[in-house]
Design a protein around this ligand. Structure first.
Ligand code: SF4
Ligand code: SF4
Length: 140
């Protein structure tokens, strides 16, 4: 049973995938939010969070120690793939899509962390989302 938001004690997905997004999400464009200094160019149209396009990724905005205590330094300004990652904690309930749970557990395994849910169906604090997020992942 999960009693609190597991992500604040994890952060594995922020240190496993390349976090890429449309270039205009950076704050050097009108309406962009992601601090430009924390991004890297990938192509003319794509940027990624600095540090995530490495052999051993770690987002430059990730604070703390993976698997212990973490936070996102730009939580309100984070890019779309972070906002749309399908694992959310709301009012004491974990919401997830099966596809994103797989990706979550992939990242956790890479950091030697146990699966988030051994048996999601049997966990009373876990529930699938009312609407399954798109297959868009945190990496692209
Ligand atoms: S890997 Fe899963 S549990 Fe860990 S921070 Fe990401 S979504 Fe949360
Ligand atoms: S911007 Fe924040 S939520 Fe997104 S990968 Fe970086 S630390 Fe994680």
């Amino acid at each position: 049973m999960l009693r609190s938001n597991p992500c604040v004690r994890c952060g594995a997905c922020c240190a496993h995938f390349r976090v890429s997004f449309y270039w205009a999400e950076a704050d050097d464009t009108p309406g962009g939010t992601v601090p430009l200094a924390l991004t890297e160019d990938i192509t003319d149209l794509r940027r990624c969070m600095k540090g995530t396009n490495e052999r051993h990724p770690r987002c430059a905005a990730l604070q703390g120690r993976v698997g212990e205590r973490v936070s996102c330094a730009i939580y309100e300004q984070r890019p779309t793939p972070c906002r749309e990652f399908g694992i959310t904690w709301s009012r004491g309930v974990l919401h997830f899509s099966a596809a994103e749970l797989d990706r979550c557990n992939q990242a956790r395994a890479a950091w030697g962390l146990p699966p988030l849910l051994e048996n999601a169906a049997g966990d009373p604090d876990a529930s699938p989302p009312a609407q399954t997020p798109g297959a868009r992942g945190i990496a692209s």
